[in-house]
Design a binder for this molecule. Structure first.
Ligand code: AMP
Length: 250
């Protein structure tokens, strides 16, 4: 695996690289959910690029950024085991030469669901993804349906700005007990981790939205939102100060 810490070096390399390229942007602390996207990219493209960048502009809560799990050495080992071709590890100064004076804003969907509670979150997400897509110059880029609203916004941005990369959605991966895989699961206490699968079980219980909200509250979750969108039920809850999101088809 070739590791690029310099965006400029990657860009130079990419210009001379004729192979088709798949791209998976991540914030690191990799788990099987991330790896499922990377495996798909490896299967569908001649070469694949993963980026790891903990993007500060998408964090509305400084404590969440400070406590976000980081495990770069383990991440690199996992990527090497998958026989990934290229890893990009940019830093803030390289990615934000404008110091975030320029940003991408979506005016509708980004204000709903997660956007209602996390001010500026999707501005940060869309801006960093546009930067990374322009840098990667990939044929296809892979995004998880775990973050369904994020996927829809990125897909919409790619269409709105005529981006030359196909945006590919990938299914949400869960633990055996139903909990959606997430880097933030590492932040759960042992007791909270035991309780966490109830979130998914309640979302799939077939009850009404208000009954589900009641059931979540009764079991110690603090629901943020619980709403239908497209053919899905989207939800965010706090469990012991850890924010969990999930979505299920209805
Ligand atoms: P993140 O590192 O959280 O920014 O996630 C990087 C990519 O992995 C995003 O496209 C996520 O939607 C995707 N991802 C995260 N968790 C899962 C999961 N449990 N199943 C599928 N994709 C996921």
């Amino acid at each position: 695996m070739r590791i690029f810490r310099s965006i400029e070096q990657w860009q130079k390399f990419r210009k001379e690289q004729p192979q088709s390229l798949g791209f998976v942007p991540t914030m690191g602390s990799l788990h099987q959910g991330h790896l499922s996207l990377i495996k798909r990219s490896l299967a569908e493209n001649q070469s694949s690029l993963v980026s790891i960048f903990l993007n500060p502009t998408q964090f509305d809560n400084p404590d969440d950024l400070k406590t976000y799990p980081v495990s770069l050495e383990e991440d690199i080992k996992l990527l090497e085991q998958l026989k990934l071709d290229f890893l990009l590890l940019p830093d803030f100064q390289q990615l934000y030469p404008d110091n975030y004076l320029y940003k991408v804003q979506e005016e509708q969907l980004s204000r709903c669901f997660c956007g209602r509670f996390r001010k500026g979150h999707f501005d940060g997400v869309l801006t960093v993804v546009l930067k990374l897509l322009n840098i990667a110059r990939a044929d296809k880029a892979y995004f998880g349906e775990k973050d369904y609203q994020q996927y829809k916004l990125i897909k919409g941005m790619a269409e709105a700005f005529f981006l030359d990369t196909e945006i590919v959605p990938c299914p949400l991966l869960r633990e055996a007990d139903g909990l959606a895989l997430s880097s933030r699961n590492k932040k759960l206490s042992e007791a909270a981790r035991k309780k966490a699968p109830r979130f998914y079980q309640i979302l799939t219980s077939g009850k009404s939205l208000s009954q589900m909200r009641e059931a979540l509250e009764k079991e110690g979750f603090k629901p943020e939102y619980l709403e239908q969108y497209d053919d899905r039920l989207l939800a965010a809850v706090y469990l012991d100060n850890v924010r969990l999101i999930d979505n299920v088809k209805v």
